[in-house]
Design a protein around this ligand. Structure first.
Ligand code: ATP
Length: 228
């Protein structure tokens, strides 16, 4: 069943139009990569989905018309965003950060700490004192504590050391395999996206220009639209 469906979405920052027609679908249990060079509209699309930026076009999540909902209501429907730049409460501890995000459901601190054992080891430590990678794990943990039906990861491995990146990709794979979590994943690493996602959509200058199975994303297509 389709969980998220965007059709011909357009959006602007003031007078500057940023999206000119983005369409994408995510089914339950499916992981979709959103790709595109810098400034092509990936984060803007995420802002439209999460109702942080007004959008035109059709945006449906789990049968609800997102365009009619304020952002807090959209979140309550089950949109779990891990924003670019991993925002946590710096002065709260790891566990306080997780509790502050909690909404009723099957995710709890124990389950998050099973996914990210490092967070368990740093349970009582202030978020500000965590490494960048640990803060990213905490940001993912906070999104999971809201019991999302769709997890949106915007550059979750950006700027992290290779070993920490590998831990985060392993957690993403486990979330998909063990929890059947539907995901929209934005990242610069094509290789890792290929391993983690079922399908991809490519944005170019605010438009979705290609969508398909990951296996159909040939070197020719990536060269043309991603410059790799
Ligand atoms: P990146 O990989 O660099 O994050 P992106 O694909 O996520 O790129 P967006 O951040 O969505 O791209 O940007 C799309 C367009 O919207 C760009 O032209 C950008 O300059 C513009 N834009 C993004 N955020 C704002 C903003 N807050 N105000 C004005 N323009 C913005």
């Amino acid at each position: 069943m389709t969980l998220l469906s965007l059709t011909d979405v357009t959006a602007s920052y003031g007078a500057a139009q940023a999206l000119f027609g983005v369409s994408l679908d995510i089914a339950e249990g499916e992981a979709v990569a959103m790709m595109g060079r810098n400034g092509m509209g990936k984060t803007t699309t995420v802002r439209c989905i999460c109702r942080m930026l007004p959008a035109k076009g059709t945006l449906v999540f789990d049968g609800h018309d997102l365009s009619r909902l304020p952002s807090h209501k959209a979140a309550r429907l089950g949109l779990g965003l891990v924003p670019e730049g991993r925002r946590c409460f710096r002065d709260l501890t790891v566990s306080e950060n997780l509790v502050a995000a909690a909404r009723p459901g099957h995710w709890d601190i124990a389950r998050v700490e099973a996914l990210f054992p490092r967070l368990g080891e740093r349970h009582g430590q202030r978020a500000a004192s965590l490494s960048g990678g640990e803060q990213q794990m905490l940001a993912i943990g906070r999104a999971l504590m809201t019991n999302p039906r769709l997890l949106i990861l915007d550059e979750a491995t950006e700027g992290l050391a290779p070993t920490v990146r590998a831990e985060i990709w392993a957690a993403i794979a486990r979330l998909k395999r063990d929890s059947g979590m539907a995901m929209l994943v934005i990242d610069k690493s094509l290789k890792e996206l290929r391993g983690a996602c079922d399908r991809a959509v490519i944005l170019e200058r605010g438009r979705s220009v290609w969508a398909g199975e990951m296996a159909a994303l040939t070197p020719d297509i990536s060269a043309r639209h991603l410059g790799v």
